[in-house]
Design a protein around this ligand. Structure first.
Ligand code: IMP
Ligand code: MG
Length: 184
C-alpha cells in the first residue's frame, strides 16, 4: 500500500490490513463480553471517529452510539495538561454499560479525567477500548480492557489521529518523519 501524496512525510507504522485484522478480534471479544447487556459505545472525538466506525461494525450486538469531545492538545505535539469537554453526551448513561472508544492512551490524563466524569453519571460499568497505547509516556495508571496495539514513544498520525488537524484521513497509522522534529 502506498502513502498518499499529501502525506509524503509519513511512514506507515500499522497498515490497513493490520488494523482490520485486530479490529475483528476486538469486535468478537466485545460481542461475547456484552451479550444481552444494554451497551453504549462512547466515541471520544475527534481522534476515535474512524476506529470507532470500524469497531462498531465488528460488534454483533444491538448498541447505542454516543460521542464526547475531549481535548488536551493544542496545535502542538505535547499535551497542554488540561482536559476540556468540547462536546457532551447526547443521552444519559445511567444503568447502561459504557464502552469508551479512544484513539490513543498517551499520558493517561484524558482517560483519568473521563473516568472520573463518567463515574458521576452512574453507569452500570465503564470499560476502555483504545486503538493504541504509548506506555513510555504513561503517568496515570489506566487499565485498558481492549487494546489494539502498543506503540513506541513516537508521535503518530492517521486513521483519525492528527497533527494540528492534519492527517486524520490517512487509512493507516503512521509516524511523522522529517518535519516532525522541526515542528516540535
Ligand atoms: P493523554 O491525555 O496524554 O493520554 O492523551 C490522549 C490524547 O492525546 C489522545 O486522545 C490523542 O487525541 C492525543 N494524542 C496523544 N498522543 C498522540 C499521538 O502520538 N498522535 C496524535 N494524537 C495523540
Ligand atoms: Mg483524542
Amino acid at each position: 500500500m502506498s502513502v498518499p501524496v499529501f502525506a509524503d512525510d509519513v511512514e506507515i507504522l500499522i497498515s490497513m490490513e493490520e488494523l482490520k485484522a485486530r479490529i475483528a478480534v476486538l469486535g468478537e471479544k466485545i460481542t461475547r463480553d456484552y451479550f444481552g447487556e444494554p451497551l453504549t459505545v462512547l466515541l471520544i472525538l475527534k481522534g476515535s471517529f474512524m476506529f470507532g466506525a470500524d469497531l462498531i461494525r465488528a460488534i454483533d450486538l444491538p448498541l447505542s452510539v454516543d460521542f464526547m469531545g475531549l481535548a488536551s492538545y493544542g496545535a502542538d505535539t505535547e499535551s497542554s495538561g488540561v482536559v476540556r469537554i468540547t462536546q457532551d453526551l447526547s443521552n444519559p448513561v445511567k444503568d447502561r454499560h459504557v464502552l469508551i472508544v479512544e484513539d490513543i492512551v498517551d499520558t493517561g490524563l484524558t482517560m483519568k479525567y473521563l473516568l472520573e466524569n463518567l463515574g458521576s453519571r452512574k453507569p452500570s460499568s465503564v470499560k476502555i477500548c483504545s486503538l493504541l497505547e504509548k506506555p513510555a509516556r504513561s503517568s496515570y495508571e489506566i487499565e485498558i480492557d481492549y487494546l489494539g496495539f502498543t506503540i513506541p514513544d513516537k508521535f503518530v498520525v492517521g486513521y483519525g489521529l492528527d497533527h494540528a488537524e492534519r492527517y486524520r484521513n490517512l487509512p493507516f497509522v503512521g509516524v511523522l518523519t522529517r518535519d516532525c522534529m522541526e515542528r516540535r
